[in-house]
Design a protein around this ligand. Sequence first.
Ligand code: AVJ
Length: 313
Amino acid sequence: MPFADDVRAGLTARPKTLPPKYFYDELGSALFEAICLLPEYYLTRAETEILSTRADEILAHVEPRRLVELGSGTAVKTRYLIEAGLRRNRTLDYSAIDISATVLESTAKALQAQYPGLTVRSFAGEYYEGMRMLQAAQGPSPDVRTLALFLGSNIGNFDPPEALRFLSAIRRVCAPGDALLLGTDLKKDRAVLEAAYDDSIGLTAAFDLNILARINRELGGAFDLRKFRHRATYDERAGRVEMHLESLVDQVVPIRALPLDVAFAAGETIHTESSYKFSRDDVRRLASDAGFTLEHVWTDAGERFACNLLRCA
Ligand code: AVJ
C-alpha cells in the first residue's frame, strides 16, 4: 500500500518528512477548500481575479478545442476558461485529472449538467498516472489544439528537479501550438507568505495536523495531536515556504499497521510541505529548461500571483 510505504519511508528518514499529496483525504480536501476562503490565503482569490478578467484573452492566444487540467479539484476557477472557450466555439472538451475521486466525480457531473456543449472526461489518479491514462484514452491528437492547465500554484509543491521533470513530461505529450497555463505564486514579503501558511484561526494548522490524524485513522497510528504544533517559515534563499509539524515533547509513537515505533525528540519536526514561490525570471528559466517558451504573463492588480502561458515550441 503506497500510503503505508511512504509513511514508513518518511518517518524513518532524517529529517523526517511526509509527502503533501496525503493531505487530501475527504477531510483534508474540505479543509483545503476552507483555506481558500481565508483572508490570509490570497492565492486563490488572486488567481481567480486573473482568470475572471482575462479568460477571453487567454483563450484567444491559444484557440484550444480541448482543456486538460492536472489537479482539477472543484474546478471553480476553470469555469472562467470553460465559459470563455464556449463563447468562441459551441463545443469544447474538458479532461480533468485529480487525486480525489469523490471530488472529481461530483465536479464532472456538475460541469456536464451546467454546460451542454462541454464533453467532460475525468481521470482519478496521480499526475503522471493521469497523464498516461489521458494519453491512452485519446492518444496524441495534434489536430485537437489543447490548452493544458496546472493552476493554483500546485507546481510549488515540487522541488526544482521534480518541477523540471514534471513540465518536461507535459512538454512531451503536447503538440506544436499547444500551450500550458501555469499558475505560480510570486515571491513577496515574508510576513505575507508566513501568514498565508499559518492563519489566525488555525485552519492551516488543522490541515497540517490532519495528516497525522489520517495515519491514526488508516494505519492504526497513535499520534496525540496535542503533542505537535504546526509551523510555517519562509526560507528566502530556497524561495519556499516550509510547513513542519513540531513535536512538543520527547515521545515514541507506535503505528500498528506498519508496524513501526517512531521516536521524536522535543523540538524535532516532520517536514510536511514545501510551497515554492517564483519570480518572473524563475518561471522563464524553468519554462525554457523544459522546452517551452514563456509567451505571456498575467498578474492580479496586487502583483501577488501570476498565470503564465507556456507555448510548446
Ligand atoms: C494546493 C499546494 C498550492 O502550497 O499553497 C495551502 C497547499 N498548503 N496551505 C499551497 C496549501 C497550506 C497549496 N497548494
